[in-house]
Each structure stands twice: as C-alpha cells, then as structure tokens.
Write a protein that binds this ligand. Sequence first.
Ligand SMILES: NC(=O)c1ccc[n+]([C@@H]2O[C@H](COP(=O)([O-])OP(=O)(O)OC[C@H]3O[C@@H](n4cnc5c(N)ncnc54)[C@H](O)[C@@H]3O)[C@@H](O)[C@H]2O)c1
Length: 340
Amino acid sequence: MNSPTRAPRTVLVTGAAGFIGSHVTDELIARGLLVVALDDLSGGYRENVHPLAHFVEGSTLDVPLLERLFRDFEIDAVIHLAAYAAEGLSHYVKRFNYESNLIGSVNLINASVNASVHRFIFTSSVAVYGDLTPPLHEDMRPLPHDPYGIAKWAVERELEISHRLFGLPYVIFRPHNVYGVRQNFSDRYRNVVGIFMNQILKERPLTVFGDGTQTRAFTHVSDVAPVLVDALFSQEAVGQVFNLGADESFSILELAERVSQAMGVPLRVEHLPARPEARHNEASHKKARKMLGYRPQVALETGLREMAEWVRKVGPRPTQRPRPLEIPHNLPPSWAPPDP
Ligand SMILES: NC(=O)c1ccc[n+]([C@@H]2O[C@H](COP(=O)([O-])OP(=O)(O)OC[C@H]3O[C@@H](n4cnc5c(N)ncnc54)[C@H](O)[C@@H]3O)[C@@H](O)[C@H]2O)c1
C-alpha cells in the first residue's frame, strides 16, 4: 500500500537532461533531496544534469532498467518529464510518439505502483484540450486532436485508474509554452522561442506559420519547476490536475519582435503557409493559484533577455537530425526537406 504522508527522500526524475527536467533536478537538490536522473539523451544534454544528481543514461522503455533503479535506489517519488514533445510532428511519427510518451509512461507507472511510491508527478500538456475554446480550465473534458495530446491524455486517465485501483498518489500538471535557459533550440519541430533564437544566430529570418496572429502565453521555466517539486509535499494536490503557465498572451509576431529585441537584431520575418494548430490556447490558472499558491513572476522581456544571453554564449546549434517519418504525407512544406 502507498503511504501518502511519508516525505520523499529519493526522487527519480525522467527527462532530467532535458530543459524542464534539469531545472526540476536543480530545485530538488537545492531542497536537499537525492535525485536519480534518467534520460536517454535523445533530446537532452548530459551537461544539463546537476553534478550531484546520480545520472543514468537509459530509456523509460527499458523495463529491466526501471525495475533495477527502483530497487537499487529505493525510489520513493517520481517526477516524470521524459517525452518527445513535438506536438505538430506527432502526426507523422505516431508510433514513436506513443512508444516514448505513452508506453514509456506506462512502464514507469507499473514500476511506481510496484514500489508503492509516495508521489508520481506527471507533466502532461495543454495539448490535451485540442481545439476546445479558451480559456482552458481543468474541468473541461479534454479532446486532444493530435497523437501527442492523445498520449498525454491517455497517461492522465491511466494515472487516475492506477490511483483508484492501486492507490498511486499522482499529481498532473498541464504546462504550456515553457521557455528559458537550457531549452533545446536545435529541434526545428518545437520550441518557437528557441527556434527564433537559433535562426537569429544563423542570420536567418524568423519563420512564422501563417499570419502570426495565433497567440500563446509564454511561461518562464523558473515559474514551472518549483511548483512540480512543491507538489511532492502537498497532500491536497494528490489526484488533481493543474494548468500551469503565464497569464499574458502574445501573438507569434509579437514574440518574433521581442526575441529580436532581446537578441539585439532588427526584426526579419518569413511567413510560411499556415499549419494545423490551435489559434489560441490561453489557460486558466485559478486552480493552481488557489491550491498551490501559484504566482508566475517572470515577465517575458526579462526571461527572453536571460535566455538570449545564454543562447549567445552557447552559439548556433546544428539543426537536430530529423526523426524518420512514419507518414511522409501532408507534411507542412517547410518541414519536408532536411534543413541544411
Ligand atoms: N516545454 C514546454 O513548453 C512543455 C509544455 C507542456 C508540457 N511539456 C512536457 O514537459 C516535459 C519536458 O519537456 P521539455 O520541454 O523539458 O522537453 P525536453 O526535450 O527538453 O526534455 C525531455 C527529455 O526527455 C528525454 N527523453 C525522451 N524520451 C525519453 C525516454 N523514452 N526515456 C528517457 N528519456 C527520454 C530527452 O532526451 C529529453 O532530455 C515533457 O513531457 C513535455 O511533454 C513541456
């Protein structure tokens, strides 16, 4: 049986070499917890991982490895972030999406139930809402419209059922448009802030799908990572789902302008044909505010300036090798040819 009142000591962070996972790891170590940092380095970087974390290079798809980690390290909480988070591309890499984002999660849920962990924190996404009309709030019945969102929603349902049947104490977060230092900016299928900054470093125009009036609320990573850690200690949060992110929205064109300012270059935009995507995805954060005291602090200008400084230090990154496509049809034209 799970014992929800026990405070965790050793936390397994999956996706710990990734963007949000590395910040979560830093936060856990700052609070004196032991961290086992699992990552297959498919999208993250070894150097992102805090030196005091016990790094394990491996996949959530490796069941014997997971069993060994839970046994050897006496894992008593999990913060699960490992995923391939390219929402738009997920239509064309469905199997890969479901393997890494759904089956990998199920493997972890199995191991967590068997180890009677104290808490299982899952980073879902506002992608579960699909085309529902904003403001998106947690009471809405999700209706994901792409494989990425479907996988996240399936894991959410699986957690709810595992809670009911096995007592797994879970907390789900649905963050949106997180950006900041250590974000992967070499993947052309995701992370618009990073894509824009990499394009500027390569002296290319910023590519905008459609007219650029679609809006997003960009959320600084330091307004996300601590909340995921807080949830380890909140009894009230168990079994709950929380949207997580900034309240203020910007159009993609406004973002392009602000990123150019932060990088100290004039704005140069190239419009590409529109692709299927939510036009707006503003989410309500009332629930996180009320139950977790959530208060996003970092203004977009401040966050972009900090990230721009880091990106300049790192320098341009070669575009990550694209994943082999399972369905090569109806791909947005700009995604088709390999980026030179
Ligand atoms: N960044 C955002 O805006 C955002 C928004 C909503 C939800 N999320 C979710 O938060 C999580 C972290 O996102 P991120 O932006 O830090 O992405 P990221 O790509 O920087 O981090 C994910 C990490 O997971 C690792 N990984 C992928 N598949 C793995 C596997 N099968 N086994 C082990 N490691 C694996 C990658 O190497 C990478 O380091 C993801 O689950 C993502 O879906 C992110």
